[in-house]
Design a binder for this molecule. Structure first.
Ligand SMILES: C[S@@+](CC[C@H](N)C(=O)[O-])C[C@H]1O[C@@H](n2cnc3c(N)ncnc32)[C@H](O)[C@@H]1O
Length: 257
């Protein structure tokens, strides 16, 4: 079971989808290989209403003609009289529970969330409306492309990747998001001193994260190995249930040197 399912995501598991095309050498994600599959999932009435009412204000269109999304967001926020101290990118926010929680704790930080699953986008917008949150922008697009085309070098204060799809089966491991070439790209987008915080409940993926983050010369581990869970990351219902059953969760926090 995966983290997102406890939040009401579609039951269809991405790893049920076969993928036959091999990845090209040295390319983070050749277009034949993506870290996600487009899942069926019903948009609820509340999510649809949030998409219609709040989407126009908070959803940012994917546009490779905007090479510095952080600056563009800062400019449009300033036009509305708001200045943010920091900008954090979250990749794969699922239903957005952690995103909304952290955005509520850190009102002076702008959170840019990428998620491809439309019910998740609707769910986060709904939470934003309910919690009166203004400091989140959403891209409903592949984060790999967003990072490559829209995030300028050294523009982010932080990156969150919570419970990325683990792609358990050996033949699917190549679809994991956190691999060396992509980690290098992530690191280049951080400001010096900026951080990347990853969490997973799948130990082999935790080990892979530790290995690839640890091997990236632009990053330094903030802990000896795995980190203690930072207070801002909430425990999801799924995670609490897993912890009660004795399942592990691993957090990793690395800083740009
Ligand atoms: C296992 S879920 C975890 C969701 C959430 N972070 C949580 O902790 O509940 C992983 C999410 O990442 C999204 N995802 C995977 N690859 C992505 C990509 N390249 N760009 C945007 N979203 C992606 C999936 O759609 C899915 O919702």
């Amino acid at each position: 079971m995966m983290a997102g399912q406890a939040n009401g995501e579609a039951a269809e598991h991405p790893e049920q989808v076969e993928e036959h095309q091999p990845p090209a050498e040295g390319v983070p994600f050749p277009r034949a290989v993506r870290s996600f599959v487009t899942r069926a999932g019903r948009v609820t009435t509340g999510q649809a209403r949030a998409l219609a009412d709040l989407g126009p204000r908070y959803i940012v269109a994917y546009d490779p003609g905007t090479p510095d999304l952080v600056a563009a967001c800062a400019t449009s926020a300033q036009a509305q009289g708001k200045t943010y101290e920091k900008t954090v990118l979250e990749i794969g926010f699922g239903m957005g529970a952690a995103t909304a929680h952290i955005a509520g704790l850190q009102p002076d930080t702008l959170f840019i969330g990428c998620e491809v699953h439309e019910p998740g986008v609707g769910a986060l917008l709904k939470s934003m409306g309910e919690q009166n949150l203004d400091n989140i922008r959403i891209l409903q697009h592949d984060a790999v492309e967003v990072l490559a085309k829209m995030i300028a070098p050294a523009s982010l204060d932080g990156i969150h990747v919570f419970f990325p799809d683990p792609w358990h089966k050996k033949r699917h491991n190549k679809r994991r998001l956190l691999q060396a070439p992509f980690v290098r790209e992530l690191a280049t987008r951080l400001k010096p001193g900026g951080y990347i915080h990853c969490a997973t409940d799948w130990e082999p993926y935790a080990q892979q994260m530790l290995e690839v983050l640890g091997a990236e010369p632009l990053l330094a581990n903030s802990a000896e190995g795995y980190a203690a869970k930072p207070e801002y990351r909430p425990l999801t219902k799924f995670e609490l249930r897993g912890l009660k059953l004795g399942h592990g969760v691993w957090d990793l926090v690395f800083r740009k040197v």
